[in-house]
Write a protein that binds this ligand. Structure first.
Ligand code: GCU
Length: 333
C-alpha cells in the first residue's frame, strides 16, 4: 500500500523543490507545516483547520504555522498518507478506512452502530486514554501518528435513479466506496456492487455512469456537487464516519515540549469548533442541495443497519480490535 504512486512522487519532488520537509518549511522566523485536505474551502474541515493554524501561530509567537492545501491539490488521501510518511507533507486529514489498510484496528471506526451520534463519537475520538495506543501504532512502520479525529457525520446512500427505499433496492447497483475492505463488504452485504474510487473522482464517475450512486454525508454531497448528478438521497444513516489528522513523526519531534502542548490544545479547539460548525453546515447543505433539485427521503434506517450488522463479527476478530470496540462502547454507552 505504501509504494509511491507516480502522482505522489511528482508531488513530493515538487514540495521538496519548494522547501518542504518533515520539519516544516522555514518562513520568516517560524516554520510552516503543510496540511493536505481533500475538501473545498466551504467545508467545515477547511474552516476549522484554518483557525487551527491561526491559533497555533498565535500561541507559539509565530514559531509554528499551518498552511491548509484544500481540494486534494497535494494528492488523494492514499497519496497524502505516503507524503506524510515520507515527510514531503507534514499533516493530512484522512478518512478512517484509509488507515484500516495500514493497521486493521482502525476498521472499528468505520463499522455500523459503533457510534450512535456525532456527539458520542466526538466524546471519545480525541481521548487517547479511552482509545489506547491505536493512534501511535503507525509511528514505527509508517513514520506518522494520528493526532485525533473529526466527525464525518452520518453517511447515507444517494443514487442517480431512485430513491432507494429498502436494502433490496440496492441490488445490482454500482456504488462507489472508499478504498477499504470494510466498505467493499458493506456494499456486497446489501447485494450491490462496490467500486473503490478516490473522493475527487466520484462526480465524474456518477456523471459518466461508471457508478450509479455513492454514500457520504450531506456536507460532502453538497460541497462536491454530487447532488447534481445523483439527486436521490435516502437516509440510511448506516454509520457515523471519522476523519483523522495524521502528522509526520519528524515534524512532531522537532517541536519543543511547549510548542507541542500548544499544538495539541489548538487541535482540540479545532475539533470542538468543527463539531459546532457541523450541524449548521449539514442544515445548509440540505437546503442548498434541495434548491438545486435533490430530494431527501426518509427510509427505514434500521433495515440497513440490520443487513450490515454481521460485519461486526466478520471484521472485529483480533484481541486488539475487540478491546478497542469495547473501550469505545464502554465510554459512550
Ligand atoms: C468524507 C470524509 C473524507 C472522505 C470522503 C470520502 O467527505 O470527510 O475524508 O475522503 O468522505 O467518501 O472519500
Amino acid at each position: 500500500r505504501l509504494a509511491l504512486t507516480g502522482i505522489a512522487t511528482v508531488a513530493a519532488l515538487t514540495l521538496a523543490a519548494c522547501g518542504g520537509s518533515s520539519e516544516g518549511s522555514e518562513s520568516g522566523d517560524g516554520k510552516t507545516m503543510k496540511l493536505a485536505l481533500n475538501q473545498n474551502e466551504e467545508h467545515p474541515s477547511f474552516i476549522a483547520l484554518e483557525a487551527f493554524g491561526e491559533e497555533l501561530s498565535e500561541a507559539t509567537d509565530g514559531r509554528w504555522d499551518i498552511e491548509v492545501h484544500p481540494n486534494a491539490t497535494l494528492g488523494a488521501q492514499d497519496e497524502t498518507i505516503q507524503l506524510v510518511s515520507d515527510g514531503g507533507v507534514d499533516l493530512s486529514i484522512v478518512s478512517a478506512p484509509q488507515l484500516e489498510n495500514l493497521n486493521d484496528d482502525f476498521v472499528v471506526f468505520s463499522l455500523p452502530t459503533v457510534f450512535d451520534s456525532v456527539e458520542s463519537q466526538m466524546s471519545v475520538i480525541n481521548d487517547q486514554e479511552v482509545l489506547g495506543d491505536v493512534y501511535s501504532s503507525l509511528e514505527e512502520s509508517s513514520n506518522f501518528s494520528v493526532i485525533g479525529g473529526l466527525t464525518q457525520g452520518a453517511r447515507s446512500f444517494y443514487v442517480e435513479d431512485g430513491p432507494i427505499e429498502t436494502p433490496a433496492d440496492m441490488a445490482g447497483k454500482k456504488i462507489r466506496v472508499q478504498e477499504s475492505p470494510v466498505f467493499i463488504a458493506m456494499i456486497e452485504a446489501l447485494g450491490a456492487s462496490p467500486t473503490p474510487m478516490a473522493y475527487g473522482e466520484v462526480y465524474t464517475g456518477l456523471q459518466s455512469g461508471v457508478i450509479d450512486g455513492a454514500e457520504n454525508n450531506e456536507v460532502s454531497y453538497f460541497t462536491q456537487k454530487h447532488f447534481e448528478v445523483a439527486p436521490f438521497w435516502s437516509y440510511s444513516n448506516h454509520l457515523v464516519g471519522a476523519d483523522f489528522l495524521i502528522a509526520n513523526t519528524g515534524t512532531l519531534d522537532s517541536m519543543s515540549e511547549e510548542d507541542r502542548a500548544a499544538f495539541d490544545e489548538a487541535w482540540q479547539n479545532a475539533a470542538d469548533n468543527h463539531t459546532e460548525l457541523w450541524s449548521e453546515a449539514t442544515e445548509s447543505a440540505i437546503a442548498d442541495a434541495e434548491a438545486g433539485g435533490a430530494t431527501f427521503s426518509e427510509v427505514d434506517a434500521a433495515s440497513f443497519t440490520e443487513a450490515l450488522s454481521p460485519l461486526i463479527d466478520q471484521f472485529v476478530t483480533t484481541d486488539s480490535q475487540k478491546a478497542l470496540l469495547e473501550a469505545i462502547k464502554g465510554a459512550t454507552e
